[in-house]
Ligand binder design. Structure first.
Ligand code: PLP
Ligand code: SF4
Length: 327
């Protein structure tokens, strides 16, 4: 079967720590990767992303997002495999209904990058693995809950699915009269821009749904001229573009870095939406920033940029009916 170049890139995104060390021209001791950690959650990143990491710099903010670290193997009090207790909000496999008006569809467990801080790094995808037909139950659930007006396609990364599957899912969702909006949460427009094919764009040609794409960027270095091009294409297809960021120690925990990210995003027509405090998932404690520090940082960010460039500082609480303002 012929593959699109992006599908090959997706396959090639699985790499070893040795390959990473070679690529970055760093001796393995200096790189600091840990194979035990990579057994817990494999190392993965696209070529597009890897090309943006500075060579010979073990502290590069893009590198730190993907490097398996020995700290991930430690057990830290207060950290959990399911920090948000999502299992309680999983009425049918593949669907999370936690907030009143919107549901989240776990469309796939695949991602084109493995973010070490990911709160779904231990998610039981096997129990939530919707094959082509298995969307029947989530769709039936949505159809019988008129309070739901928005469906969020998440994962994993929903854009790792092929256009045929996505097309059929979009069609089925738009056939439910009370659904007004369709939202994607994806890192792919930023880290695998080749995935945004004209076939993908055409999926939205005739839809009655309003479509929102929430990208996920943590540092301005992730964004380049191609990002702007892709964002322009998506906007021409009437998509509303938002960004969410996770506040991460040694990666983006200073106001200038965050201000710069907001500027670069807005240049591309992407609106800053959320700045998340870390979800306390096992293996992520080394990224944590004390809440008080986060608040100081946020004050400073607000003083640096226009109001609309300030994302909302939020955290997730296991039983809350929305994200909670952390400020
Ligand atoms: C974050 C999240 C949403 C979306 O929340 P918004 O505040 O609308 O962006 C929906 N469902 C779940 C389970 C979530 O975690
Ligand atoms: S689900 Fe999102 S945050 Fe988690 S590894 Fe995949 S791309 Fe990264």
């Amino acid at each position: 079967m012929q593959r699109y170049p992006w599908q090959q890139q997706l396959i090639d995104s699985k790499i070893t720590i040795d390959q990473l060390a070679n690529l970055l021209q760093l001796p393995i001791e200096q790189l600091g990767g840990n194979t035990e950690a990579s057994k817990l959650f494999p190392l993965r990143a696209t070529k597009h992303y890897l090309d943006k990491i500075k060579k010979q710099d073990a502290q590069d903010p893009l590198l730190l997002q993907i490097l398996p670290h020995i700290a991930e193997t430690l057990t830290v009090p207060g950290y959990d495999n399911d920090p948000l207790q999502e299992k309680e909000f999983n009425p049918v496999p593949g669907l999370l209904h936690k907030y009143h008006s919107r549901v989240l569809l776990v469309t796939t467990g695949s991602c084109a990058i493995h973010c070490r801080y990911c709160f779904r790094r231990n998610f039981p995808y096997e129990d939530n693995q919707p094959s082509q037909n298995a969307w029947a139950l989530p769709l039936e659930y949505i159809a019988t809950h008129p309070e739901i007006d928005e469906v969020i396609l998440s994962g994993g990364d929903p854009l790792t699915l092929n256009d045929k599957l996505l097309g059929s899912l979009i069609e089925k969702i738009s056939a439910i009269p009370h659904i007004k909006r369709l939202r994607f949460h994806s890192r792919i427009p930023i880290i695998l821009p080749e995935r945004i094919t004209s076939e993908f764009i055409q999926l939205f040609d005739n839809t009655r749904l309003q479509v929102i794409m929430v990208v996920h960027t943590n540092h301005a270095n992730e964004i380049d001229a191609q990002t702007k091009q892709i964002a322009t294409q998506l906007r021409l297809a009437n998509m509303h573009l938002l960004n969410q960021t996770v506040l991460l120690k040694n990666i983006n925990d200073n106001a200038t870095t965050l201000a710069n990210l907001s500027h670069v995003l807005f240049d591309c027509g992407i609106q800053p939406y959320y700045l998340h405090l870390l979800d306390k998932v096992n293996g992520s404690a080394h990224f944590d920033i004390p809440v008080e520090t986060a608040k100081h940082l946020y004050d400073e960010l607000q003083s640096l940029v226009s109001g609309y460039l300030v994302p909302k500082l939020v955290c997730e609480e296991p039983h809350a009916r929305s994200k909670k303002m952390a400020y």
